[in-house]
Design a protein around this ligand. Structure first.
Ligand code: NDP
Length: 474
């Protein structure tokens, strides 16, 4: 190496550049296909850390499948096509606040991959939203949607608008302006958005109304709609319930049940509330919930009716829950993972369960971590849990119940029919049980038994890859 550097100092600039180019090309040739694609992706998307994190996690765990098919995938540039969205839209969203002041937010929709069905994925309304976050969510959505076994592709959208603290009129003004632009790109057979953080039934209602008004078409263009205008029973509960159905199947396959288990949950939004409800129906005790300012420890078990009243009706902070419940302690900041538990269900947001939290959970004897949120566990924390005997199911599989039920809503809209709560719930249960067995089998097929993260990525990827290859270069 020393002599090489000495040599480089003693040659002309043009020879030095040629030599450096030669060394770089040789280094690239030594890399595997996955590393090569990841290197190019990092160079192209350096300002999108969440997207890079998601792509690295997925591609890394697909190595055995990719190595086995490298020649075909390389020739078809399958991975390069997979990590590049079909298209992405970024647009201005002007609206007028209650003081008559014009406000301007940025809207996004990323249509990532429609190899197996129309683009499908939620709309996130949160100040942290940027193109990198939307791309990470859209990318993950491809595999999650494939795992449901239903014909839906991957997409995601949203805005940096914060519905918190806004009046209903302000939220409506924003939603109408957002949909005025978004409606150009979506449709029941094209792209079907849904809720996500900050987008609940109220926001979906305002957006659906505006779509209908502009396009003059009554179609299932959004899911998560109200029950009086095409929504599906059990959609509200689906992500949280689905999370518990897959957790229950995981425990069952390891000879355990939910009965008597202590569960810690983060978040107190849609996913957290219905995960809490179903866990308690299954005989477990949920002792924590959190929001972005603090968390509650309630050793008697979270009172779900009170939680719904505080969060769904009053849209208030968790301090109100603690004030109304003598057994509950309120703490500022973060801290749910320090509570001793059998099962941990992160249901708030990305990167909220860190390496130190993983160490604390494992040390406290936690048996399983299943993700209700999207990518709440960092890569190092995931690795630690997997290496320290904690069963870990990532969000792609564990929170797929929401989008699966959205696809069931699309089916009901196409049929012009509404199914009963029990019909939808039993289909959801079956889908979650199937997902568990598919990811378990995929992990076993590639010699990675118990690695449900790899299993989910592989099972989701195989179907999309086959469809992409069958459809030619597009
Ligand atoms: P909600 O907006 O209903 O709730 C989000 C919860 O997370 C709130 O309690 C919120 O607290 C908390 N939260 C948000 N940001 C942060 C933060 N930076 N730090 C700490 N807490 C935070 O969203 P959902 O329950 O719908 O979604 C939760 C997660 O589940 C997201 O990752 C979402 O992508 C994922 N998901 C949701 C599905 C669904 O059907 N709803 C489907 C699949 C995945 P606060 O109120 O203070 O903001």
């Amino acid at each position: 190496m020393k002599s090489c550097i000495f040599f480089l100092y003693n040659v002309s600039d043009s020879i030095r550049i040629k030599l450096l180019m030669y060394i770089i090309v040789k280094e690239i040739e030594k890399m595997g296909y996955v590393d090569e694609v990841l290197e190019k992706l990092k160079a192209k998307n350096a300002s999108e850390p969440e997207f890079l994190q998601a792509a690295e996690e997925v591609l890394d765990s697909l190595r055995p499948v990719i190595d086995a098919n490298e020649a075909v995938y390389r020739k078809e540039a399958l991975l390069e096509r997979l990590v590049e969205p079909d298209r992405q839209f970024k647009f201005r969203v002007p609206w007028v606040d209650d003081k008559g002041q014009v406000q301007v937010n940025t809207g996004y929709r990323v249509q990532f991959n429609n190899a197996i069905g129309p683009y499908k994925g939620g709309l996130r309304l949160h100040p942290s939203v940027n193109i990198g976050i939307i791309k990470f969510l859209g990318f993950e959505q491809i595999f999650k949607n494939s795992l449901t076994g239903l014909p839906i592709g991957g997409g995601k959208g949203g805005s940096d608008f914060d519905p918190k603290g806004k009046s209903d009129r302000e939220v409506m003004a924003f939603c109408q302006s957002f949909m005025t632009e978004l409606c150009k790109y979506i449709g029941a057979d094209v792209d079907v958005p849904a809720g996500d953080i900050g987008t609940g039934a109220r926001e979906i209602g305002y957006m659906f109304g505006q779509y209908k008004r502009i396009r003059g078409s009554y179609e299932g263009v959004l899911t998560g709609k109200g029950l009086t205008y095409g929504g599906s029973l059990a959609r509200t509960e689906a992500t949280g319930y689905g999370l518990l159905y897959i957790t229950q199947e995981l425990l069952k396959c390891h000879g355990e049940t939910m009965e008597g288990k202590t569960v810690v949950i983060s978040g107190s939004g849609n996913v957290a509330i219905y995960a809490t409800e179903k866990a308690q129906q299954m005989g477990a005790k949920v002792v924590t919930v959190s929001d972005s300012t603090g968390w509650v420890y309630d050793p008697e078990g979270i009172d779900v009716a009170l939680l719904k009243e505080v969060k769904e009706v009053k849209r208030a902070r968790l301090t109100e829950y603690a004030a109304a419940r003598p057994s509950a302690e309120y703490h500022e900041g973060r801290g749910v993972w320090q509570i001793k538990c059998d099962i941990a269900l992160p249901c708030a947001t990305q990167n909220e369960l860190l390496l130190d939290d993983a160490k604390q959970l494992a040390a406290n004897g936690c048996k399983a971590v299943c993700e209700g949120a999207n990518m709440p566990t960092t890569l190092d924390a995931t690795k630690y849990l997997q290496e320290n005997g904690v069963w870990f199911i990532g969000g792609k599989a564990a929170n797929a119940g929401g989008v699966a039920t959205s696809a069931l809503e699309m089916t009901q809209n196409s049929e012009r029919l509404s199914w009963t709560f029990e019909e939808v719930d039993s289909k959801l249960q079956q889908i979650m049980v199937n997902i568990y067995h598919n990811i378990d089998d995929a992990a076993k097929r590639y010699g990675m038994e118990g690695n449900y993260v790899a299993g989910a990525n592989i099972a989701g990827f195989e179907k999309v890859a086959e469809a992409m290859l069958a459809q030619g270069v597009c």
